[in-house]
Ligand binder design. Sequence first.
Ligand code: IMP
Length: 423
Amino acid sequence: MAVDLLLGLQWGDEGKGKIVDVLTKDYDIIARFQGGPNAGHTLEFDGIKHVLRTIPSGIFHKTAMNVIGNGVVIDPVVFVKELEGLDQFDIDYKAKLIISRKAHLILPTHRLLDAASEASKGKAKIGSTLKGIGPTYMDKTGRNGIRVGDLELSDWKTKYRNLADKHEAMISFYNVDIQYDLQEMETEFFESVTRLKELTFIDSEEYLNQAIKAGKTILAEGAQGSLLDIDFGTYPFVTSSNTTAAGACTGLGIAPNKVKDVYGIFKAYTTRVGSGPFPTELFDEVGAEMAEVGREFGAVTGRPRRCGWLDLVALKYTCEVNGVTQLNMMKGDVLSGFDTLKVCTAYTYKGETITHLPYNIEPENVNPVYTEFPCWKEDLTKMRNVDQFPKELNDYIDFLEKELEIPIKIVSVGPDRTQTILR
Ligand code: IMP
């Protein structure tokens, strides 16, 4: 079996980009299977920091092929800017990047619809990245969407116009104050589509299954996190795709029995951007310190991330839903020097203590129950092997492994490739 999955187990921003980048040397193909430019996968190496949005994180490796699968939604405008960002690295992306014909396109009016929908929701807004993700997936399931493969057909512009006109009518129905110049947006869109068409479009499910037959190794790279999954996340405060393991099968056309390892990535604490419940959120100076030391600002929107303690109730749930076989713990270095660490091991819910994630985790329904630990004081960022780990860190890791019943194989102690310790 040749396919491994790499997934974020919290609300996104766990550091998946860095781990894919570290692991890519072991794989022939890296494939994105869901989401779109709402993702921001940050990679740091050789003193350079780079953020990828739709392009798989294997693009920086010499030999890996990078596939954008059918489950992904692509905004040609953002995509072309992303390609231009790669030019400084002298990457032959025309040879190393291929796109599924079945991936859906984000149109300018999808972005406008996202803005109109959020504006109409007032306080109930999702906190969307406003990249048009939700409206594009709505058109996909509504069977109205435009796919990459349509760009090879002669009538796609007619289809485009019909859909964009319908979107404009929907925008006016929302009756909110959105300023835009659609003509200008469309000029940029059509120019970007021309650039996009210079890349190779493929039937990616066929390509990937042939690769599996030929014994090639594939890493499927998730975007966002499991708690943002459209089915299993904190609905309605979620994204519009399946960010969990099953999404890799539908988003790439790979059968479940081809999947071997599922790498689950989590931070040593928890963060969330956008709205929605977050039981272990901190509103005090400890949370503010996590945000500052951890540089917790969204890679896509620049919004400050909400911070809180690690939530093992939620983490156990996402390990289960995904069938995680090994864990990677990120950003342990951020906690160095804290007085104590807390880990949520249960919730009180309707007067009872529970250890599973209930249907509703709004603050008025659940209260976290914490186990406390002494924190390590040492700077972890210079450490390069486990023998250098302080006792308190080892105790923390041992506790998590025992609770989750899954080994923690990688501990990341900083953003650079070299700050990655194998256990
Ligand atoms: P959307 O996917 O842009 O519609 O946003 C829906 C929710 O998912 C919002 O709360 C966003 O902040 C969140 N979200 C989307 N993409 C990411 C991501 O890559 N990292 C973290 N949160 C995200």
